[in-house]
Design a protein around this ligand. Structure first.
Ligand code: ADP
Ligand code: MG
Length: 317
């Protein structure tokens, strides 16, 4: 099978249909319709074998996760997913692998009403670059730069499970059911696309947690020129992280990447309304602290003491 047959069989044939795709896969560029009053959001992520995933993982999971990681960035901007391009580099032609990969991709696209509209296919060390395009009403922009002193800091979901799964990758003696629960979080993260509208309504700033809460919240602080103070005992740490990390679970959850939950800030006058909605809709967001004028990342411990916290997370270089 040559490159063009491969594209036809595994990618062109399976694309999710959307009315706003004027021209999809097959030409030199795709043509897409942005509705009046909407702004276009674009975000790109590369996943490299042995860095972001292991080459022996099921190709279904690799494809699925690649899309989820991309979706998470859009969700953090309060934008709804629309279109995706995929630049895929493969070491060899392997029909079974491509079948699993395209199935994972198809399921991810269908689940989030996302159309694959183009890409590139090349030979080389296994890696993939996905560029996602999303839409949100023009005018209000939820970014990293909008946090103000006094804003409440929230985080969605539970933290640390994906990092715990990575820590256990080479430890076969761990409880099988626990390992499976953790691997599920690592392989199939669920991006918080469901929070898009609520971020649009309530968030002054937002970011997705890919490198660890400490490092990612620090990005909000730097972009907004503020500081943050977190309550040590409020962090929603995954129960298995508490179980395995015991006294270290706070640090582990702060530094662990790959959770793809969202961290965002809400103005104090909106806090009550947001909390009511959070409870009503079961959004599973937790208030973990407050933005302050004084720069840096700080933690209030149960004994009342406040200490500076190093904003370390995953960094490639
Ligand atoms: P070009 O030579 O102009 O770069 P290609 O031959 O690389 O075009 O690709 C042919 C068509 O297939 C293009 O429309 C491109 O967007 C699409 N395409 C290539 N690889 C992929 C892929 N992995 N997934 C989706 N679409 C792809
Ligand atoms: Mg090309």
């Amino acid at each position: 099978m040559n490159e063009f047959e491969l594209i036809d069989v595994f990618f062109k044939s399976m694309t999710h249909h959307r009315e706003d795709v004027i021209l999809g896969i097959g030409d030199d560029a795709s043509c897409l319709r942005v509705p009046d009053g909407m702004a276009l959001f674009v975000s790109c992520d590369t996943l490299v074998a042995d860095v972001h995933f292991l080459p022996d993982w099921d190709a279904y999971d690799i494809a699925f996760k690649a899309v989820m990681v991309n979706l998470s960035d859009l969700a953090a901007m309060g934008a709804k997913p629309a279109w995706l391009t995929l630049a895929l580099t493969l070491p060899e032609f392997n029909s079974d692998w491509l079948m699993r990969y395209s199935q994972g991709l198809r399921d991810a696209l269908d689940r989030f009403n996302l159309a694959l509209v183009g890409g590139d296919t090349t030979k080389g060390p296994l890696s993939m670059t996905l560029t996602i395009h999303g839409l949100a009403p023009e005018g209000r922009l939820v970014g990293r730069h909008g946090a103000n002193p006094g804003d409440k800091i929230f985080v969605s979901g539970e933290l640390g499970a994906a990092a715990q799964a990575v820590a256990f990758l080479n430890q076969p003696d761990v409880d099988g059911a626990h390992q499976q629960r953790l691997m599920e979080k690592l392989l199939h993260p669920v991006p918080r696309v469901d929070l898009c509208d609520h971020l649009q309504q309530f968030a002054t700033a937002a970011i997705d947690i890919s490198d660890g809460l400490g490092a990612d919240l620090n990005h909000i602080c730097q972009a907004s020129q503020v500081g943050a103070c977190l309550a040590f005992d409020q962090l929603p740490i995954h129960p298995l992280v508490r179980h395995y990390q015991a006294a270290h679970s706070f640090d582990f959850a702060m530094k662990g990447g790959d959770d793809y939950e969202l961290c965002f800030t809400v103005a104090p006058q909106d806090e009550v309304q947001f909390l009511e909605m959070n409870a009503q809709l079961g959004l599973n967001c937790t208030k973990i602290g407050q933005i302050q004028a004084h720069p840096g990342l700080w933690v209030t411990y149960p004994d009342g003491r406040v200490r500076a916290y190093p904003p370390e997370g995953y960094a490639h270089f």
